[in-house]
Design a protein around this ligand. Structure first.
Ligand code: NAP
Length: 295
C-alpha cells in the first residue's frame, strides 16, 4: 500500500507512520523544514501554508490528512491558514494522485450536543476552531466527490498516550503541581488511546471504508475530573486545585477551554465493528500509559 501522511511528525501521525512502516506499507511524510520523521518513510518537505513544494508523481492508495494547528493557537489567521487554506493547498497538489483521502478531525465539530454523539449526529460547531475544521472537511468532501476520489472522515475523541497534550499539558504539569482544573471538571469527555486511534485509521483504509464518517473514542465517556483523578493516582500526586474557566481561557485560549469544558459523550459502535480496541476504557489505558512513561 502506498500511503501519504500529513502531520506524520506529530503525536498521532508519528505513531501511525511507525505502524504503517512496520506493516510494510510504502509511506511518504509531508513535513516542515527541521521536522524529523521515521527514517524508513520517504519525505516531502513543505509547509501547507505555502504550496511551493512538489509531491512525487505517484498514485497514493491512501492519504491521511492529520496536519493541523491545535485549538490552543490563539492567532485566528494561523488557524485558518493551516487548517483551511492548508487543506485546499494539499488537495490542489494531490487531486491527480490520491485514490482515498482520510481527513482527521475532532469532536468539536459536534458543538454542544447534549446527547450521545455518533456518526448521525448533527455537525454544529460553536467555536471558531471547529468551524474552520468543518469548512475544511466539507471542502475536501465535495472536492473529492468532484474528482472521483474516495473520502472518509474520522472524528477523534481526546487522544491520550505517551506524548501530545496528555504528556505535555496534563502529566508534566500535574507532576510539577502547576496543573489547574478548568472549572468544576464535571463535564464529560470521550477519550481514546493513541494506539487505538492508529488501529482505527489503519482499519478504515484496510477495509476500504470509503465515503463514511467514524467517531473514534473508547467505550467509556467520563467526567474530566474522574479521568484526572485516575491520572493523579497512577502518578502518585495530589488532585489539582481549580481555576475559573474565564481565567483558564485567558491563559489557554477561549476555543481550547470551550472545547475542553463542553460535555460530550460518544458511541463508538460503528468503529468498534471495524477494529478491536485495545483499551475499551481509560481505566485500563491510563495505567498502561503512565507505566510506559515511567519505564
Ligand atoms: N491529540 C488529540 O487529542 C486530538 C483530538 C482530536 C483530533 N485531533 C486531530 O488529529 C490530528 C493530529 O493531532 P496531533 O495531536 O498528532 O497533533 P500534533 O502533535 O500537534 O501534530 C501536528 C502535526 O501537524 C503538522 N503541521 C502543523 N502545521 C503545519 C503546516 N503549516 N504544514 C505542514 N504540517 C503542519 C506538524 O508538523 P511539524 O512537525 O512540522 O510541526 C505536526 O506533524 C490533528 O488534525 C488534530 O486536530 C487530535
Amino acid at each position: 500500500m502506498n500511503v501519504l501522511v500529513t502531520g506524520g511528525t506529530g503525536f498521532i501521525g508519528s505513531k501511525l507512520v511507525d505502524k504503517l512502516v512496520n506493516r510494510g506499507a510504502q509511506v511518504t511524510c509531508l513535513l516542515r523544514q527541521g521536522s524529523i520523521s521515521n527514517p524508513a518513510a520517504k519525505t516531502v518537505t513543505g509547509d501547507l501554508i505555502y504550496p511551493d513544494f512538489i509531491i512525487p508523481d505517484e498514485e497514493f492508495d491512501v492519504v491521511y490528512h492529520l496536519a493541523a494547528a491545535w485549538p490552543g493557537e490563539k492567532d485566528k489567521k494561523i488557524l485558518k491558514a493551516v487548517n483551511y487554506d492548508g487543506t485546499v493547498n494539499l488537495f490542489s497538489l494531490l487531486k491527480d494522485k490520491a485514490k482515498f483521502i482520510v481527513y482527521v478531525s475532532g469532536l468539536g465539530v459536534f458543538g454542544n450536543p447534549g446527547d450521545i454523539v455518533d456518526e448521525n449526529s448533527q455537525l454544529k460547531p460553536n467555536t471558531e476552531y471547529a468551524k474552520v475544521r468543518l469548512e475544511a472537511q466539507k471542502y475536501l468532501e465535495s472536492s473529492c466527490k468532484e474528482h472521483g476520489i474516495s473520502f472518509s472522515v474520522a472524528f477523534l475523541g481526546d487522544v491520550y498516550g505517551n506524548g501530545g497534550w496528555f504528556k505535555n499539558i496534563l502529566v508534566e504539569r500535574l507532576k510539577k503541581g502547576s496543573f489547574r482544573m478548568p472549572g468544576s471538571g464535571e463535564y464529560y469527555r470521550s477519550f481514546v488511546h493513541v494506539d487505538d486511534v492508529v488501529s482505527a485509521l489503519e482499519s478504515i483504509a484496510e477495509k476500504n471504508a470509503i465515503n463514511q464518517s467514524f467517531v473514534i473514542a473508547d467505550s467509556t465517556p467520563v467526567r474530566f475530573k474522574d479521568f484526572v483523578n485516575v491520572v493523579c493516582k497512577e502518578l502518585g500526586v495530589k488532585y489539582p486545585g481549580t481555576i475559573p474557566t474565564i481565567l483558564a481561557k485567558a491563559v489557554m485560549g477561549g476555543d481550547f477551554i470551550n472545547l475542553l469544558t463542553t460535555s460530550i459523550k460518544t458511541s463508538n459502535a460503528k468503529i468498534a465493528k471495524l477494529c478491536d480496541f485495545m483499551y475499551k476504557s481509560y481505566t485500563e489505558g491510563v495505567p498502561s500509559t503512565i507505566s510506559e512513561m515511567k519505564s
